[in-house]
Structure formats: structure tokens, C-alpha cells
Design a protein around this ligand. Structure first.
Ligand code: KG4
Ligand code: ZN
Length: 341
């Protein structure tokens, strides 16, 4: 089954052709990232205008790279939310238009289900359930106990900032430009993770929830008490970045550790979302995997970690397989039928 995936929830415009939920025939991603640097974060109006500019060329390129004609597409899967409303409207409008012209089913995909499905991309073996999916991004941080491809329960979530936000806000305090996560990770390379001590959030509570805002505040006061970022040498900046990154990652791994000890049925751990691109987190989680004997899976490519349409195509396929007709709104009734959750 060939699915055209479309993702436009934020500042990426992406289209992808996916075969049977796993084989990636193309995954084209355009981004307006550079346009937002001056604002220190995504500017919704600018993002939406770029989405409008990119959407049709990106879809065309995805079909061309996959060597597929649009008439060969069996279904269209599109991110229906959450995300920036104006950005989402561009993708969903294009998807609705294409689905009605091509007479294909249209599958609305929750953005997080897309991230959760990213580990299936290019995977040939069957992945066992139940598993623990750790979804860490700029907008959310959640621990999911997954029963199958489309069903699961949230057993822990952030009480304040998302993990990606903790990276982004920390990066701003360290004088780095947007997007902060990758910039902070680069600064931390070769730095000493034990240089500065940051708190261990929620350590005394019996919970799998997360909290990152205290870490950000303690970084702010750490810098203030030393005379500001300007007072630090280049080496010290690297050490502080490495220590702060380590505190975020260790907090995440401590939540995963707790979830695994509370749920003995967990067979694998999956790390997904933009923050899963962080190498320090990958190293710490891998060593937790060795200690616990649980297999750790991450998206096979960096481009499947951050927002992309391949993961939306994969999720659309599994929704279609598991929910059948309930997964989609037939084109005839698109005007009146909401996209299914
Ligand atoms: O999944 P994503 O592309 O978009 C959302 O759904 O939010 O995630 C973006 C987030 C941003 O906060 C970004 O700073 C963070 O993922 N991120 C990273 C890294 N790459 C992206 N954080 C830490 N280290 C990285 N290497
Ligand atoms: Zn995302």
C-alpha cells in the first residue's frame, strides 16, 4: 500500500511516499528555520507563508523521488494537529484537495502518533508490544505504554516545559541562537558533564512525570551568580553546557528507569521526537538498556527524529490497518466529517 504523508505542523514542510508503513521511497523536508532566527523562536505568520510557498513543490518532489505517479497513491495521511493552526491548515488543505481529486482515503494523524511510529521506518523485523515509547520534542515530553501501533496510555508527562524547550531555553541563556537544542549539544561536545551541579527534579516523588523548568531556572541563577555568561571562559561555557545537558538527559533516563520498574510487561524502549537526536541522551539510554536487558530503539536516521512526513505516512498506514474504515474520512464526506483521532 502506497501512502503519501504530509506534515506541516510547525516550520517544516514535508512530504513522503511510504510503502506498507515501513519502506521509505522518499522523504522531502523543506524548512523555514533560518527565517525564525531573528525572533529566537518560530514566528507563526512567517512559518505559514513559507508553508504555502513550499507545499506543492515538496509534494511534487516527494512523488518524483519515489518514482510514483500521484494516481498510484492508495491513501493520503496528513498531520491534523497539534501544531501551529495556520501551518496545519496549509498541509490539511493540500491533503484534502489531493484526496478529493484522486478519490483516495484521507487519514488524519495526530503529530505525536507520527513520532511514535518513526521507529518503524526502514525496520524489517516485527517490533514487540507492549513497549515504552519516550516521546521528547519541543512541544511535548511523554512516556507512553504502547499496546499496539495505534493504542497506548500516557504513564508520565512533563508538568511544565518540554525537554526540547529545556534545551532551547538553556541555549538562549548560554547566548546561543535558535534552534537551541542542536546548538547546545554542539557547545557541550568535549565539555565536562560533572562541572556544575544541577538539581534532580521530582526525585522524591513516586512518579514517572517530568519537570524541566527548575533546571532552566537553576541555570539562570548559576550564570547570574558567576557574573553572567560573559564572565565564563570558552572552556567553562562548554563545561556548563555539558553539565546542563547531562542534567536533562539523566532526568529523562531516571523517569524511564521508574517506568520500567513499575511496568514489568515492557519489552522494549523507544526514544522518539526531536530530542532523540541528542547523542548524550542516546548514550545514557543505551547504557540503561544494557543494564536492564531491554532493547533500545531509536529512529534509524536523524531526519526521522525531527518533524518529517515519513513518520506521518507510517502512522497513517498502521491506523488504516488497525482501524480500517474508522481511520479515514472518505473524500465524498470530507466537508462534514472531522478527521478521526
Ligand atoms: O520533534 P521536533 O522536530 O518538533 C516538535 O514536534 O517540537 O523537535 C524539536 C525540538 C527542539 O526543541 C530542538 O531544540 C530539539 O528538538 N532538538 C534537540 C536536538 N535536535 C533537536 N535537542 C537536543 N539535542 C539535539 N541534538
Ligand atoms: Zn514533532
Amino acid at each position: 500500500m502506497l501512502i503519501l504523508g504530509i506534515e506541516t505542523s510547525c516550520d517544516e514542510t514535508s512530504a513522503s511516499v511510504i510503502e506498507d508503513g515501513r519502506r521509505v521511497l522518499s522523504n522531502v523536508i523543506a524548512t523555514s528555520l533560518k527565517d525564525h532566527e531573528a525572533f529566537g523562536g518560530v514566528f507563526p505568520e512567517v512559518a505559514a507563508r513559507r508553508q504555502l510557498e513550499f507545499i506543492l513543490p515538496v509534494i511534487d518532489q516527494a512523488l518524483n523521488e519515489a518514482h510514483v505517479k500521484k494516481e498510484d497513491i492508495d491513501a493520503i495521511a496528513v498531520t491534523k494537529g497539534p501544531g501551529l493552526l495556520t501551518s496545519l491548515l496549509v498541509g490539511t488543505s493540500a491533503a484534502r484537495m489531493l484526496a478529493s481529486v484522486l478519490h483516495t482515503p484521507l487519514i488524519g494523524v495526530h503529530h505525536i502518533l507520527g513520532h511514535l511510529s518513526s521507529v518503524w521506518l526502514e525496520e524489517e523485523e516485527e517490533i514487540p508490544f507492549p513497549n515504552l515509547s519516550v516521546s521528547v520534542s519541543g512541544g511535548h515530553s511523554e512516556l507512553w505504554l504502547r499496546e499496539n501501533h495505534t493504542m497506548g496510555t500516557i504513564i508520565g508527562k512533563t508538568r511544565d516545559d518540554a525537554a526540547g524547550e529545556a534545551f532551547d531555553k538553556g541555549a538562549t541563556l548560554l547566548g546561543l541562537s535558535y534552534p537551541g537544542g542542536p546548538a547546545l549539544a554542539r557547545l557541550a561536545e568535549g565539555g565536562n558533564p560533572h562541572f556544575a551541579e544541577f538539581p534532580r527534579p521530582l526525585v522524591k516523588e513516586e512518579t514517572c512525570d517530568m519537570s524541566f523548568s527548575g533546571l532552566k531556572t537553576s541555570l539562570k541563577y548559576y550564570l547570574r551568580d558567576r557574573g553572567g555568561i560573559e564572565a565564563l571562559s570558552e572552556i567553562e561555557k562548554k563545561d556548563v553546557a555539558a553539565s546542563y545537558q547531562d542534567a536533562i538527559c539523566r532526568h529523562l533516563v531516571s523517569r524511564i528507569d521508574r517506568a520500567v520498574s513499575l511496568h514489568s510487561e515492557i519489552r522494549e524502549i523507544h526514544l522518539v521526537g526531536g530530542v532523540s537526536a541528542n547523542q548524550r541522551l542516546q548514550i545514557l539510554l543505551s547504557s540503561f538498556g544494557e543494564k536492564s536487558g531491554l532493547r533500545i530503539r531509536m529512529p534509524r536516521r536523524m531526519s526521522y527524529c525531527t518533524d518529517n512526513a515519513a513518520m506521518i505516512g507510517a502512522a497513517g498506514y498502521f491506523l488504516f490497518q488497525e482501524l480500517g474504515e474508522k481511520a479515514y474520512a472518505p473524500f465524498q464526506t470530507l466537508a462534514s466529517v472531522p478527521l478521526v483521532s
